[in-house]
Design a protein around this ligand. Sequence first.
Ligand code: MN
Length: 418
Amino acid sequence: MIDDTHDPALTSWVESANDPGTDFPLQNLPFGRFRGASNEPWRIGVAIGDCVLDLAAAGLIDSQDMAALLAQGASRRRALRRALSQGLRHGSAERSRFEAALRPLAQVELGLPCDIGDYSDFYAGIHHATAVGKLMRPDHPLLPNYKWVPIGYHGRASSIVPSGTPIRRPCGQIKPAEAPQPWLAATRRLDYELEMGIVIGPGNALGEPIPIAQAEDHIFGFVLLNDWSARDLQAWEYQPLGPFLAKSFATTISPWIVTLEALAPFRAPYERPAADPQPLPYLDSPHNRAHGALDITLEVWLRTPAMRVPQRLMRSNLRDLYWTVAQLVTHQTVNGCNLRPGDLLGTGTVSGPGEDQGGSLLELTAGGRRPLNLSNGETRTFLQDGDTVILRAYCVREGLRRIGFGECAGTILPAREV
Ligand code: MN
């Protein structure tokens, strides 16, 4: 649903929001939580240019309960977006009230945008699934279920951290194929995964699946998500029940939830190759085929301790997912499992079709066999202590205002002695 809040000609009296390079112009208006000092409670805010608007101080909400805000349906979300857009526009009568509620982003701490009750991670990036599958099964990289059922596993919500939180290199059991038995050690194959996180809005009651026609009403918006992964731990532990300690030591998300409403102009058709099985009826709808995909450019950047500025490692697009976000929500609930406000669904690693478009080092280095040459002469197979990984995302389209997601960053700390 595109309306006047998406008009590319709109400008704000917050001058930094009119900078063509900003992630947070008037057309974006993403939600997050901030505080001025670590002993203060979190407050709900909206990013605008290089500032955050305190929603309660601006008179737009009367509670700091983000779950309650997420639980409100799409019509309330749209009304809030309209009030924000009108108040922040040039010429707004609300200007003085809003101006008093504005804080420079440089002066606040950003936390998790909401309390995350539950977290699952999917595997919807077919280029990732194919590339990783090839490393293990060169002849048939995709398992027979892949094109029928959105594959996922249940992740750990307690270790989801906001961007900027340092990531301690985890220890775990390691057993190379040729070793007679495993030992406990710090991972030597620490990796990232470039993903998007779906933040759930209202959600469903236990036992009541969400039909695909209603799935998008339950999506509040999206954050960047880095599913940090210890590949050597994973290789030894993953059979037969899937990832466990190789993933649960940390997951980083970006601080701003970009709403589905802000992304309305960046929808794209969802197409299956004619030779592939078409989605089962419960995962299919005319709307999903016409508009189910999202045209969002995704990037991974790396800064080693020897670099002054980060280097971009790859670029991909969320459009390339094999399943749409609506299909993931519907599939997660088809058995009656309930989703609650603030639950998080990871898409899975979003790689592009090219060899240089892998969304993890596992892919970019062919399982560690082909080191990556960095621009300053360094090489990497997997992450080293002190390395910083930064995920970025943005939407650009001819005739539209660019919007972005901010950063999802984390720096690797040395392992604790075990
Ligand atoms: Mn993942």
